[in-house]
Design a protein around this ligand. Structure first.
Ligand code: ZN
Length: 202
């Protein structure tokens, strides 16, 4: 039974990936909200468990960016660092920003705390996570050039999530676009500068 369940999940994941394509987007998406997991470890499976425990229909995010530690006691695994795991189908409303789930997608970056459980502001995002995040952003800006990228705390300033210096992240992303000869910044229809708010505490 366990084996069958495993196979089922594998198939589901493949289908989910295919649904990320341009022609298959059936929902108006205005925002991409970035989150942190508020943990030093985790993956889609872990978050799925956490969210089910809250009574939700499983992982509320559409993508999860792993940091190399699947479990609290895991050794660092380079293959898992920067790994992007699919969560909810993009056409399915997420469960990540109260009041704004209908017109957004949510990505969760594993981090925001160290492995000892201490809250960390910024500097926790691994290089591999950032590389994967930028690659996924490139794909999504290709698909939706007007997508507005915000931190979770843009919608709820009382939250520390995503525990990132969004302005600094955006500066690094702009540099990435220039280095890779991607669309001129002036062609973007992004509200990067007024949208992200920086929170210092969780
Ligand atoms: Zn969040």
């Amino acid at each position: 039974m366990k084996v069958l369940k495993g196979i089922g999940k594998g198939i589901k994941r493949t289908v989910r990936k295919a649904l990320d394509g341009r022609r298959l987007l059936h929902r108006r998406i205005e925002y991409l909200a970035l989150h942190c997991s508020d943990s030093g470890f985790g993956d889609e499976f872990t978050i799925d468990k956490w969210h089910k425990a809250r009574g939700w229909r499983g992982c509320g995010y559409h993508k999860v960016f792993c940091n190399g530690y699947r479990h609290s006691l895991s050794r660092y695994c380079a293959e898992v660092d920067g790994l992007v795991e699919p969560g909810r189908d993009v056409n399915m409303r997420g469960a990540h920003v109260r009041g704004h789930n209908a017109n957004s997608i949510g990505w969760c970056l594993i981090g925001g705390r160290d492995l000892q459980g201490h809250s960390v502001f910024d500097k926790w995002l691994t290089e591999s996570q950032e590389r994967s995040l930028f690659a996924e952003l490139d794909r999504w800006f290709d698909l939706l050039p007007e997508l507005k990228v915000v931190g979770h705390n843009h919608f709820n300033p009382n939250k520390g999530c995503p525990m990132l210096d969004m302005q600094a992240l955006i500066r690094r992303y702009r540099k990435h676009r220039i280095v890779n000869h991607l669309t001129d910044l002036n062609d973007w229809h992004l509200d990067f500068y007024e949208l992200p708010k920086i929170a210092k505490e969780a």
